[in-house]
Design a binder for this molecule. Structure first.
Ligand code: PHE
Length: 454
């Protein structure tokens, strides 16, 4: 009975757009371009494609299998498949990772909202020093970023509270196409800038001399983060898939969408940056400090265009962040709802309040509380480190080992082939090979690299 009552996505398109909504986020538009910028442009992109195919997609399929088989929140889905063995702890760790990440992800998402507002009222105009000071003053302010964090979490709550179909699916169906269209408009504007072709060349013409082990590991880490793997999101969403959903095909489609959006973000940033002679390798500050300058200068002759592009860009960034935040929020909401046996509304409320509290701490840790440090890191950096560099690879690694070596292959195959109704049996063996050997080894390398051990 309980199975029949479980919420699910209403259509194939809903499945793809909601899951792609989770994957497409700040990672694509903010992180991917600067990572590509720092790691040789086209070479990084080539390796990245390879990583998505060999690592990202198989890991996503594994989470799909666990979630859809379990028909429950991430912790319970792992528990069911583990038969009560300690493997079930991976699920709990996934939920915890998702929860911790949602708090600091909400802070950065809030920054995007501030930038929509600042663009709108014309405050993002001025010389480079002004823009830099603007970002620093804003992000260290005790009130403003907290306000925006609160606002974006409120928006997330209002969507999540409405349930899987009327909340998540509906919002994704509205926001994802809008995001895509906005992105295309800005890509065209950016690529038409004089001198923009140098940016396009940087993105597409590989210089193999830039290929190093570091670039490879950076691409691996990015593919993982960008596809929302190991945070419970994919697993939770998969529990809302129908028995007919083709898991391997969906994962491939989502991987492609995620990559295309990242590439398009590159096609916004590189041509604009090259057209004004700015090097797009400035790291995390690229979007909040470099880009407002770039937009201003690039469209300087037609200030109104710069003004509009800036608003559109930050609006699309906020949308991308919101759909990812929804998926992170849903991990904890589904967990509390099912484990505490409470209503969805109440569970969502608890998660929202907890995220606001933690988000506030994260935000304040960049300003007034920056002297409170642990292991020489602010709370914000600590969250980033613990979730992104420790939990994420650990959960990803263990998930592969779990599916590849522990869960009976019959169960995995039945999910992969929808009980034998799908063709592509030989693909299954390729998938299992990747999950058993290739993925764990690659993840282990990323992990050791991130810790500075190799
Ligand atoms: N994939 C998201 C991005 O690209 C980040 C994210 C990670 C979101 C994990 C949800 C879960 O920004």
């Amino acid at each position: 009975m309980a199975k029949l009552e479980r919420a699910n996505f209403g259509s194939k398109l809903g499945v793809i757009l909601a899951t792609a909504g989770s994957a497409v986020g700040l990672g694509n538009i903010w992180r991917f371009p600067y990572m590509a910028g720092q790691n040789g442009g086209a070479v990084f992109i080539l390796i990245y494609i390879f990583c998505v195919l060999l690592l990202g997609i198989p890991c996503m399929i594994s989470e799909f299998i666990i979630g859809r088989h379990g028909q429950a929140n991430t912790a319970r889905s792992f528990r069911k498949l583990s038969g009560g063995t300690p493997w079930m702890l991976i699920g709990y760790m996934g939920v915890l990772t998702g929860f911790l990440i949602s708090s600091y992800y909400a802070v950065v998402s809030g920054w995007c909202l501030e930038y929509v507002w600042a663009s709108l009222i014309g405050k993002l105009q001025g010389d480079p020093d002004y823009i830099k000071t603007y970002f620093e003053t804003f992000s260290q302010d005790p009130i403003k970023p907290v306000f925006w964090t609160f606002l974006i979490l409120l928006a997330t709550y209002l969507i999540i509270e409405n349930g899987v179909r009327d909340g998540i699916e509906r919002a994704s169906k509205l926001m994802m196409p809008t995001l895509f269209i906005l992105l295309l408009v800005i890509v065209v504007a950016s690529c038409m800038l004089p001198g923009g072709e140098k940016g396009i060349e940087f993105l597409f013409k590989p210089d193999m001399s830039k290929f190093t082990g570091d670039v490879f590991l950076a691409a691996l880490g990015q593919s993982f983060y960008s596809m929302s793997i190991a945070m419970g999101c994919i697993c939770t969403y998969a529990s809302y898939f129908s028995k007919e959903t083709n898991l391997a095909k969906s994962a491939t489609q989502i991987g492609v969408i995620d990559f295309v959006v990242a590439l398009l973000a590159g096609l916004v940033i590189f041509p604009a940056a090259f057209s004004v002679g700015v090097n797009p390798d400035s790291g995390p500050s690229l979007i909040f400090i470099t880009l407002p300058n770039v937009f201003q200068q690039a469209f300087g002759d037609l200030a109104i265009l710069g003004y509009i592009i800036s608003i559109l860009f930050y609006a699309l960034l906020s949308m991308a962040a919101l759909t990812s935040l929804m998926s992170l929020h849903e991990v904890s909401t589904a967990f509390l709802e099912e484990e505490l046996g409470t209503t969805r509304k109440r569970a969502a409320m608890m998660v929202t309040i907890a995220c606001i509290a933690l988000g506030t701490i994260c935000s304040l840790s960049l300003g007034p509380w920056s002297h409170h440090q642990l292991f020489r890191m602010t709370v914000f950096d600590l969250f980033d480190f613990v979730t992104g560099q420790l939990f994420l690879p650990i959960v990803g690694f263990l998930t592969c080992i779990f599916i590849g070596w522990f869960v009976p292959h019959k169960i995995v195959k039945d999910e992969f082939t929808n009980n034998g109704t799908l063709r592509g049996g030989s693909m299954f063996y390729f998938y299992i090979f990747l999950v058993k050997y290739v993925c764990p080894v690659c993840i282990l390398f990323i992990f050791l690299h991130q810790l500075g051990l190799i």
